[in-house]
Each structure stands twice: as C-alpha cells, then as structure tokens.
Ligand binder design. Sequence first.
Ligand code: NAP
Length: 311
Amino acid sequence: MKSRGVMGHDGCPKLGYSPPRRSVVIRIPMTDLFDFKNHRRRFAVVGHPVMHSKSPQIHEAFARQCNVSLAYEAIALDPIAFEQGVRNLQAGGMAGLNVTLPFKEVAFRLSDEVSERARIANAVNTLSFSENDQVIGDNTDGIGLVRDLQQNLSVSCADARVLIVGAGGAARGIAQPLLQTRPACMVIANRTASRARELAALIGSPGEVYPCAFDEISDPFDLVINATAASLSSEVPALPEAVFHSGSTAYDLAYADQPTAFMRWALGLGVAQAVDGLGMLVEQAAESFWIWHRQRPQTAPVMSTLRSGVR
Ligand code: NAP
C-alpha cells in the first residue's frame, strides 16, 4: 500500500484550505503595487483566507528554475468587493492573478474572455491582464489533476472506471479534463444528487457520464476522486465500502501534512494507493506559469521541497 500524504509536527491535519482564523483584508500601498524599483512582473494569489497558500512558494521556485524575474504574493480580498479588488490590482500593474476559494466563480463572471475549460467549469483560477486591459480567465485545476495522475503517479484513466465524488467548484473544474482521458465509465456522485445530475448534463452527452447519489453506488471503481470539501473538516463522504477494489486508487483533492480522513478510510479498506492533492496543486500552478511566462517548469523538485517543508 502506498500513501503520499505527509505527517504534521503536532499530529493535526494541516489542510490546504484551512478555515479562517480572522478576517484580514490587505491594503497595498500604491508604491508597492507599481514596484518602481525593479520592474519585476507582479503576480498574486487572491482568496479569503489566503495567507496559508503555498502558491507564492511554488511560483517563486518555478521562477528561479526558469530564470524568470517576478514577484508573487498572497493577497486577501474582501469578499464583498472582490471585483473592485481585482480592478485595483490590475490598475496597479499586476500581470496576473491566481484565484482561490471562494472567488473562482465570481472571477469567471468578471472575465472578459474565458478559455473553453473555464467555460465548462464555470470557474476561473487564473487571470491574465492583457495590454488593452482585458481580463482573460482560465481554469488549470483539471489539467493539473490529469498531469498529476498520469505523469507523477502513472495512473491511467483511459479505460478505467472513474468516480468523481462531489459536484462543487473543484468537481466542475476536473470533470471535463478527466472525461477527455477516455475512461471506460465516469460516474459523478454527490451528497445533493441534483447537483451531480446538473454537472453530468453539463459535461457529457446523455449516457456518457452517470450521475448518482452515494447510496446508489454498488460496484467498485479503479479511480475514486474525492472532490468534496469533507476532508476540510476531517470527514469522509458517506460512500459505501463497495466503492473500492484492491487495485483502486483513492485520490483526495485536499492536501495535508498527514493522510486525510478520506485517504485513511480508503487505505483501511485495502486500496492499492491513496494520494492527496498536493501534486495537483503544483501541476495546476505549472500550467498557470505556462500561461503567464510560456515556460514549463519541472514540478517534481518543487513537490519534493513542499513535502519536506511540512514534515
Ligand atoms: P465547494 O464548491 O464548496 O463544493 C463542496 C462539495 O463538497 C459539494 O459537492 C458538497 O456537496 C460536498 N461536501 C461538503 N461537505 C461534505 C460532506 N461532509 N460529505 C459529503 N460531501 C460534502 O468546494 P470546492 O471548491 O469544490 O473544493 C472541494 C475540495 O477540493 C476542497 O477540499 C479543496 O481544498 C479541494 N481543492 C483542491 C485543489 C488542489 O489544487 N489540490 C484545487 C481546488 C480544490 P453538496 O453539493 O451536497 O453540498
């Protein structure tokens, strides 16, 4: 059995998206925004909360590798004034933004142009500002997951039975890119079954993707992807144990410095491997880096640094 999670110093899960400890809105001095001194192109991840984000560390490591001069910071934006916050950053000279919870859908709505994958996801995690002040939105979450599965974990989705658990923003981002890998069968199960039906109808033609409620699952899957927010509160979606066989891969989009509740549950049921979403995080960042800088960084050393950093 293989687990790709890592342990914490204090024995507590340290999840990628931790609950807010306090509400912080960073106000940036205009001199910082323009960065007159060194003319580095400026980027940021915006969210609320966002100070826990590993994106600055990841993009700075990519930049060192690729000899790109940039500044990258984490900025908490006020949820009631997100669009104004983005416009201020754009006017202040930012070249691009990564967008995290809870702003991916509003970022989609404010974009002047979106990629096909962002349109299907109805969510944007990468914004670029063009010279004529257009806001261009993309979504790199799905390609990030597919690359982690195929390139880092050697998990083939082609001809596999794939189950996506969840129908929120993350599930919307990954469903279409996963479908493009031509699985033998794709099922979307959600606690609220109507949302699974909506998502299945959005991404596939009838008979291509099957929506269901958790208690309708009776057969095992080769790949089970937990795209719910349950791990953030150390819960496991109420799936039947029959969802796995001994060769299954259990993939949790959440990441932590120790195996998540979903990973522990799956490993307890004897799956072949259980992995967390840190690889997806780094791969989606690499795709954003490509969009902004047209360079493809190596992701393995960055993942390894992040893993050692949290041990
Ligand atoms: P979201 O839009 O709020 O959607 C939440 C989903 O989780 C819904 O399908 C919801 O079901 C379900 N859910 C919540 N609590 C549950 C529970 N206790 N049992 C069963 N289902 C539950 O959140 P999101 O943006 O999709 O994020 C989902 C996860 O993906 C989070 O853990 C996030 O950290 C992770 N993520 C990771 C990456 C990465 O790069 N690794 C990127 C994006 C997201 P209902 O519809 O029934 O409410």
